[in-house]
Design a protein around this ligand. Structure first.
Ligand SMILES: [Zn+2]
Ligand SMILES: [Zn+2]
Length: 337
């Protein structure tokens, strides 16, 4: 079968591989229907890499497919079921797993990053990592289950109420999904900030009420003008703009840090957090959010079509990576079969 493999630093190669066999009686084999390219995939393939990965691994951690084989002990799905994938493998035994915080597992791994993933015709994975989804959800929408689960995990920490205003910094896939979810949650003003006019335009379709380009506008002034006192909630989807978040949040407001940049060390005036009672929260992947996400996708309550900007076959994955790297896309969907 054709696969796209992270070969070594900076290199993704198309490779013919054997169709994988089930290794444990709790494994399932999935025929991949569609997968998508994530910002993390771009970071993995950067030189130097912005995200670690295991050389030789089939990439792709956001995918949907059909169960074609199950191990003897599998009970949650049967052959013919359509499923989306939770790519996080947890140990189940560490302090965090045992206290219900699997996203913080000390021995976790990720499908499509450290073990073989979904940029392939077939994928074998543990049955606990698959969730049934209705065949009525289009494949290009179903692949959004994983990134949407991370956004739901983040919004659960915020408790945004109708009437709240929100600033979202970074209008990539995560920023767009936050915009749509918080719109559905009742946020009145949603101010999206990005340097790309292309992404800002899509953010408008996602439900942003105000679009701010720091290339031509003073973000702090724009937010002050729209909100009066500053934003109730500021979300950094970039991973290095904590300092800017502090300039935009109102007294008593919340900051959610979503984007990840290992090297970012923004200077923060600690005094302001104390004096203005700012709540700062980090959020990482998701925790038990897949069942909720599947209900959201099946109910078609978001406007996810606007995020699907490209559809390609697996043979053209390099072209997809290039477009994604340049920021000329929101979501690229890859069809391996
Ligand atoms: Zn991802
Ligand atoms: Zn664990």
């Amino acid at each position: 079968m054709l696969t796209a493999v992270f070969e070594k630093v900076g290199s993704l190669v198309l490779q013919e591989r054997e169709v994988p066999a089930i290794k444990s009686n709790r494994d399932v084999r999935v025929k991949v229907e569609a997968a998508s390219i994530c910002g993390t995939d771009v970071h993995i393939l950067a030189d130097p890499p912005g995200h670690p990965a295991t050389p030789g691994v089939i990439q792709g951690h956001e995918y949907v497919g059909e169960i074609v084989e199950i191990g003897e002990a599998v009970t949650n799905v049967k052959v013919g079921d359509r499923v989306v994938i939770d790519p996080t493998i947890t140990c189940g035994e560490c302090h965090y797993c045992q206290t219900g915080n699997q996203n913080l597992c000390e021995n976790g791994s990720s499908i499509g990053i450290f073990v073989d993933g979904g940029w392939a015709k077939y994928s074998v994975l543990p049955s606990k990592n698959v969730y049934k989804i209705s065949k009525s959800v289009p494949s290009e929408i179903a692949v959004l289950a994983e990134p949407l689960s991370c956004v739901i995990g983040g919004t659960e920490k915020l408790k945004v109420q109708p009437g709240d205003n929100v600033v979202i910094i970074g209008a990539g896939p995560m920023g767009q999904l936050f915009t749509q979810v918080l719109k559905a949650a009742g946020a009145t003003e949603i101010i999206c900030v990005d340097l790309s006019e292309y992404r800002l335009k899509v953010a408008g379709s996602s439900g942003a009420t105000h679009l701010v380009n720091p290339g031509s506008q003073d973000v702090q002034m724009a937010v002050k003008e729209i909100t009066g006192v500053g934003a109730d909630v500021v979300i950094d989807c970039v991973g290095s703009l904590f300092g800017q978040c502090m300039n935009l949040v109102r007294r008593g407001g919340q900051i959610l840090l979503v984007g990840m940049n290992e090297h970012a060390q923004p200077p923060i005036k600690q005094y302001d957090i104390t004096r203005h009672e700012i709540t700062v929260k980090g959020t990482f992947i998701q925790n038990h959010d897949f069942p909720k996400v599947i209900k959201i996708l099946e109910s078609n309550q978001l406007n996810l079509d606007v995020l699907i900007t490209h559809k390609i076959s697996l043979e053209n994955i390099h072209e997809g990576m290039e477009i994604m790297g340049k920021g000329d896309a929101i979501k690229i969907v890859v069809y391996p079969n």
